[in-house]
Ligand binder design. Structure first.
Ligand SMILES: [Ca+2]
Ligand SMILES: [Ca+2]
Ligand SMILES: [Ca+2]
Ligand SMILES: [Ca+2]
Ligand SMILES: [Zn+2]
Length: 591
């Protein structure tokens, strides 16, 4: 007995050792594919990451090309589909695309993150497993691979455009004077000249890295010479004709407007090969029921219309958009759900106007990254109201650069001998991986939160279900059949706008059976009251009641009952066939 207390102690120690012994691994499980979401990937690396995912998850992930860019790069399509749960076209698809503006790169990283997250968590998280089993994902990580590549290769970080040549200055030469990195530090900066007492700028008293214009009647010590560069073609202008310089997101068919109304739209819709390839791909995949088009920046969840003259969406569509958008604001703090023309600016011929109005797809465009994310707490926001605070809006980026990015974001002014302007200084510029994109250490969160919104949208795409089905014998071979049709999701199978524009084939409700004759069909309010008081809600007045066309499809979050009177015997098969809500069948016996 005298060892009893040691025995109790031993038992207590053993109880503290985790099952499996002291050597058991207690870290998170390793991922199958190790990718990095804290650095930027050029077009080749972005594609290589997608190929890695396809190789690791070959059953689900397929990599293909929807066409070639102007410079001959593939426009990669990554398809995520579980073939065991049906073919692609039998399921609603979420299409995610990014980077139409070459410098808006982070959407590409979100695309990789999305495929990676879906695959690593398939079979691990029930919600993800279900989503992958029920839906298809079409992901175009960059719709402008030339523009993305140029953003990485060139010192200039401002190129929205693709690379179809355009003569910006009407001198019959195309793209003849591009930006130059004269001092070879990888950044196209600003140029200034020191002209003591004769300039119109002076060193800012707030921060010596800033220049500020002098007041009326004063003189400064500097003049600004514009962007770093020189006059390559001797026309007296510097950097006046870069690659392209059109806007790929103004070249889509819906509400396209010519250049004199909106510059950058090119000569006709889908003139640029990337827009054409995308329009062809989308048109060939009518199962696409959701679009996300990633842009930057400003922290917005945008929806159409792009122009006021297009008119507001029908109210049923607005309700669906609003519910999705408001939940988006919850998973994306700092992002506001807004309409393009009223909240941002007017866009004609934009991509998501084409996908909503032209193809009947619920479409969002997230403007990724908001500078407000630098200073997140209410206390810091309060401090920012004081103009003398080191994080007052004008100074906040410098503060962030110094204290959190260790000087990574900015270039300092340095002397340079310019071939045309003599002694100048070059510098004072933000590098390209700043401002429009998050700092690297904040990239993964941006990827995850935006993905979460898009997966939520994917989950709320329409999904038709056939509920209760009953057949009651009335007399001889005449039966009364009730069929419940449900769409529990937020999105309707056919947008109101799509029904108005006839852009989506109507849903089809078909009956099949031996010697089947359909006497009547009608929507009813309630099965039970209908039996005693058959006040028909609405008769379906179509010629062929075996194949009813539902122009407005099935709205979101509704359950409806259709009552048929039929003549026949044996099996009766009911099929609801929706391009965007899936195809479902059920069979009952007429007996
Ligand atoms: Ca030119
Ligand atoms: Ca430079
Ligand atoms: Ca020039
Ligand atoms: Ca040009
Ligand atoms: Zn953009």
């Amino acid at each position: 007995m005298k060892y009893a207390k040691y025995l109790i102690l031993l038992v207590a120690i053993l109880a503290l050792i985790p099952q499996g012994g002291l050597t058991q691994k207690t870290s998170d499980p390793q991922f199958k594919v190790k990718l990095d979401f804290d650095r930027w990937h050029d077009t080749d690396e972005l594609y290589a990451d997608m190929r890695k995912l396809a190789a690791a998850f070959p059953k689900f992930v397929k990599v293909s090309s929807i066409g070639k860019s102007y410079e001959g790069r593939d426009i990669m399509l990554v398809t995520v589909n579980n073939p065991d749960t049906g073919s692609e076209l039998s399921k609603a698809a979420m299409c995610i695309e990014a980077n139409v503006h070459g410098n808006e790169i982070q959407g590409g990283e979100i695309c990789v993150y999305t495929v990676w997250f879906l695959m690593e968590n398939y079979g691990r998280l029930d919600q993800i497993t279900k989503l992958v089993n029920e839906r298809v994902f079409y992901i175009i990580p960059t719709i402008n691979p030339d523009g993305r590549q140029y953003f990485f290769m060139s010192p200039s970080g401002s190129a929205r455009t693709g690379h179809v040549p355009v003569d910006d200055d009407s001198d019959y030469q195309f793209d003849e004077d591009k930006p130059d990195d004269l001092n070879g530090n990888g950044v196209v900066e600003q140029m200034r000249k020191y002209v003591p007492g004769k300039g119109n700028y002076r060193i800012s008293r707030t921060d010596p890295r800033m220049l500020e214009p002098v007041g009326f009647g004063e003189t400064g010590d500097y003049i600004l010479l514009g962007r770093e560069g020189w006059d390559n073609d001797g026309d007296g202008r510097v950097d006046e004709d870069d690659f392209g310089q059109y806007d790929g997101n103004r070249n889509y068919p819906t509400d396209w407007q010519p250049n004199y109304i909106q510059s950058g739209s090119m000569d006709y819709p889908t003139q640029i090969p990337e827009a054409r390839a995308e329009v062809e791909f989308l048109s060939a995949h009518p199962n696409i029921a959701g679009i996300q088009s990633y842009h930057n920046n400003g922290g917005m969840i945008l929806r159409g219309p792009g122009a006021e003259a297009m008119g507001e969406y029908p109210s049923a569509d607005v309700r669906a958009y609003d519910e999705l958008g408001r939940n988006g604001e919850r998973v994306l703090p700092f992002y506001n759900y807004i309409v393009i023309w009223s909240g941002l600016y007017t866009v004609h011929g934009g991509f998501i106007d084409f996908t909503n109005d032209g193809l009947g797809i619920i479409s969002f465009s997230n403007e990724l990254w908001a500078e407000g994310q630098y200073f997140t707490s209410p206390e810091l926001k309060e401090q920012q109201k004081d103009p003398n605070s080191p994080i007052a809006p004008q100074k906040s980026r410098y503060y962030f650069n110094d204290k959190l990015e260790f000087g990574e974001e900015m270039t300092e002014w340095k002397a340079f001998k310019h071939p045309q302007f003599g002694d100048v200084e070059i510098g004072g510029s933000w590098k390209k991986f700043t401002s429009r994109v998050p700092p690297r250490f904040m990239l993964e969160e941006l990827c995850h939160r935006n993905m979460a919104f898009t997966l939520y949208q994917a989950d709320e795409m329409p999904m038709v279900k056939l509920g209760d089905m009953t057949a009651e014998k009335l007399s001889g071979d005449v039966y009364r059949v009730f069929v419940d049709i449900t769409n529990p999701k937020v999105a309707p199978t056919i947008l109101e706008k799509a029904a108005q524009n006839n852009t989506v084939r109507p849903d089809l409700l078909t009956l099949e059976g031996k010697d089947l004759e359909v006497i009547s069909a009608s929507w009813i309010g309630n099965k039970e009251t209908y039996k005693t008081n058959p006040n028909v809600t609405s008769f379906i007045d179509q010629k062929n009641l075996k194949r009813i066309l539902l122009r407005n499809g099935t709205p979101g979050r509704t359950s409806r009952t259709i009552a048929y009177f039929v003549k026949g015997s044996g099996d009766l098969k009911v099929t609801y066939d929706s391009l965007k809500g899936g195809t479902v069948s059920k069979t009952i016996k007429l007996q």
